[in-house]
Design a protein around this ligand. Structure first.
Ligand SMILES: Nc1nc2c(ncn2[C@@H]2O[C@H](COP(=O)(O)OP(=O)(O)OP(=O)(O)O)[C@@H](O)[C@H]2O)c(=O)[nH]1
Length: 208
């Protein structure tokens, strides 16, 4: 991962490192596959070993932003591997599974870990994944919102299965990082949560 976002003077390219973190089985790999390939691979669950990455170029306000997305292993035994990568990440997508209460309860511990290992200015966004699972849901959207507010991080629910908000999550992070590197002097600060809420209202989804 490149720590300093590279931006050319022409202002048309920047490289950003985004890391997916959260308990094993919350859907990090599926979220990345959905974003990268637009697909959801149903079937057996293959845990990520160590760390894996994929690149995707997004066009944000006519600027090309290359996201280097790191998919980490949620399993405890790989923690020391992922710790080493935190320092270089510009953004972290922190996932829990709305059908798994323990994965939600562990978010506090994940945030403590992020605080310990990541850069102070890292962009963190909390994602409640598997929002398509209406019957098995154990964590309400409001609970996710409340926790996110407590820690001052933006939040939304996603589904790697249906594709709900997947593009939006990555776009929001890319926009935030693009603004940070290429902000005009009089341009106001990018408001990530406001952007997300506005986009969700426009799409007309996901808010009851
Ligand atoms: N219903 C539903 N199932 C999902 C979703 N995302 C992932 N899954 C399922 O959850 C299981 C785990 O998904 P992974 O993406 O492999 O989980 P992970 O977080 O990468 O797990 P580790 O690599 O062990 O850290 C798989 O069986 C997926 O099919 C989702 O949005 N909705």
């Amino acid at each position: 991962l490149m720590r300093s976002i590279n931006s050319s003077t022409a202002g048309d390219f920047s490289l950003a490192g985004v890391m997916l973190v959260g308990d094993s089985g919350v859907g990090k790999t599926c979220l990345l596959v959905r974003f990268k390939d637009g697909a959801f691979l149903a079937g057996s669950f293959i845990s990520t070993v160590g760390i894996d990455f994929r690149n995707k170029v997004m066009t944000i306000d006519a600027v090309k932003v290359k996201l280097q997305i790191w998919d980490t292993a949620g399993q405890e035994r790989f923690r020391s591997v992922t710790h080493a990568y935190y320092r270089d990440a510009h953004a972290l997508l922190l996932l829990y599974d709305v059908t798994n209460k323990a994965s939600f309860d562990n978010i506090r511990a994940w945030l403590t870990e992020i605080h310990e290992y990541a850069q102070q200015d890292v962009v963190v966004m909390l994602l409640g994944n598997k929002a398509d699972s209406t019957h098995d849901r154990l964590v309400k959207r409001e609970e996710g919102e409340k926790l996110a507010k407590e820690f001052g991080v933006p939040f939304m629910e996603t589904s790697a299965k249906s594709g709900l908000n997947v593009e939006l999550a990555f776009t929001a992070v890319a926009k935030e990082l693009k603004h940070r590197t290429m902000k005009e002097p009089d341009e106001p600060k990018f408001q990530l949560q406001e952007y997300v809420d506005k986009e969700m209202r426009t799409v007309g989804c996901c808010r009851s």
